[in-house]
Design a protein around this ligand. Structure first.
Ligand code: GLU
Length: 286
């Protein structure tokens, strides 16, 4: 029988808050109940916003709340060549294309296409990428790249879905192992590799969950829609999908999602104010 493997995968670009504590400790509880392993992964591909100091602080905060992970920690910043290789596979399959438009140009292009106002947005609120760069000839792409124009790699969503040719599902653990049909189209031509790096959150998370043999992905509901992209990439790479549990989020008094920029719910601040680890567990109901 295979041993279940869980992971907590924060980005060290700020301080952990009560919502992270809940996610980490829920992973720990589920891993213990299942007799499984528990890993910690630092999703630090953004080299400007993620720092070793913030990672250090995160690890201290996690120790303090009693989160106990298997060493070593996997740091995504140490594995760019692995993601680059995965990106190359998608390039070879002609499922991604170089996308040159800046944020301002995307808006402008959408206006040109007459899409003012009614243009669809993805679940994160970003405008879907217009079809402009999809239609460029290879010669034009090469010319622009040769000129040094910055570009990201975007998935040609229509082509990727055509390639797969059947509906895709993932298994959501609660309630009762239900099959969820993916809806990746809501993301449009999603970014697979950002302008300054050979990867993105979506690509790295899929590759790492596979390489680390993760069997259970337990994370917040705010990532529910992203799972459609992950499931699609898993299928394109022939990766066996893990099981998913998207848990409820801890909200503030106004019903808003907690954010790393808020001080009052940061584990750091709570600890400095004299809140105990037991009180943190009580606050999040674990
Ligand atoms: N790194 C992501 C975050 O901090 C979580 C990724 C995941 O759990 O899949 O929001």
């Amino acid at each position: 029988m295979t041993v279940p493997v869980f992971r907590f995968a924060p980005s060290p670009n700020g301080h952990l808050h009560l919502g992270h504590a809940y996610s980490a400790l829920l992973n720990q509880q589920m891993a213990r109940d299942a007799g499984g392993r528990l890993l910690l992964r630092m999703e630090d591909i953004d080299r400007e916003r993620c720092t070793p100091e913030l990672e250090q602080t995160m690890q201290e905060d996690l120790h303090w709340i009693g989160f106990d992970w298997e060493k070593p920690v996997r740091r995504q910043s140490e594995h760019f060549p692995v993601y680059s290789e995965a990106l190359d596979r998608l390039i070879d399959m002609e499922l991604v294309y170089p996308a040159f438009l800046s944020r301002g140009e995307i808006k402008h292009e959408i206006e040109n296409l007459g899409g003012n106002g009614g243009w669809p947005r993805d679940p994160d609120g970003a405008l879907l990428y217009p079809p402009t760069d999809r239609q460029l000839s290879n010669a034009e792409r090469e010319r622009r790249i040769g000129e040094g124009q910055p570009f990201s790699w975007r998935l040609n969503m229509d082509r990727a879905l055509e390639h797969i040719g059947e509906p895709l599902f993932w298994t959501e653990l609660a309630p009762e192992n239900r099959a969820v049909e993916t809806a990746p189209r809501v993301w449009g031509d999603v970014i697979i590799a950002r302008k300054d790096m050979p990867t993105s959150y979506h690509l790295s998370v899929v590759i790492d969950d596979a390489l680390q043999g993760i069997t259970h992905v337990v994370r917040g509901k705010d990532l529910f829609e992203a799972t459609s992209v992950h499931r699609l990439l898993q299928r394109l790479f022939d990766i066996e999908p893990p099981l998913y549990h998207h848990h409820a989020l801890i909200l503030d008094h106004d019903g808003e999602k907690l954010s790393k920029s808020r001080k009052d719910t940061a584990l750091r601040s709570l600890r400095q104010e004299g809140v105990t680890c037991q009180e943190i567990h009580a606050m999040i109901g674990l």
